[in-house]
Ligand binder design. Structure first.
Ligand code: RB5
Length: 145
């Protein structure tokens, strides 16, 4: 898959871990930073990643901050983004199957690296079910206007 990833200073280690694993599994990663632990503002990372996701051709995006919450809230302000903040593998699969989330968000200070990767893997292995779920997503889109 073609994936875009970004984090703030609260999740640098987790971003690097997930990126290494995904690249090792043969996926293509575009890393928009941050690249060191100098504090950055997570809304700026969310804005850049989401706008690129909507303009360029990625399968999905991964956003990380300390908790995964702030960056999720920011991402969901952008029309066309359905960001799911995840902390378990079942929700990860449902985020794809029912919500067709195009961004997943994770917490670098709340999740162990292995659990976080399992969450990403569960999301990637799930398929969007369409049907009634698509109709509900269309209702979400209608809320944007
Ligand atoms: C940064 O200190 C922290 O607030 C941020 O990474 C995130 O947890 C916000 O939701």
């Amino acid at each position: 898959m073609n994936i875009i990833i970004g984090c703030d200073h609260g999740a640098l280690e987790l971003k690097n871990f997930i990126s290494t694993r995904l690249e090792g599994a043969g996926h293509s990663l575009t890393d928009i930073g941050c690249y060191d632990t100098t504090p950055v503002d997570y809304p700026d990372i969310a804005e850049e990643l989401c706008h690129r996701l909507l303009k360029e051709h990625y399968d999905f995006g991964i956003l990380l901050c300390g908790t995964g919450i702030g960056i999720s809230i920011a991402a969901n302000k952008i029309n066309g983004i359905r960001a799911a903040h995840l902390s378990d593998t079942y929700s990860a699969a449902m985020a794809k199957a029912h919500n067709n989330a195009n961004v997943i968000t994770l917490g670098g200070r709340t999740l162990g690296c292995e659990l976080a990767y399992s969450i990403v893997d569960s999301y990637m292995n799930a398929k969007f079910l369409g049907g009634i779920h698509e109709e509900r997503i269309n209702k979400i889109s209608a809320l944007e206007s």
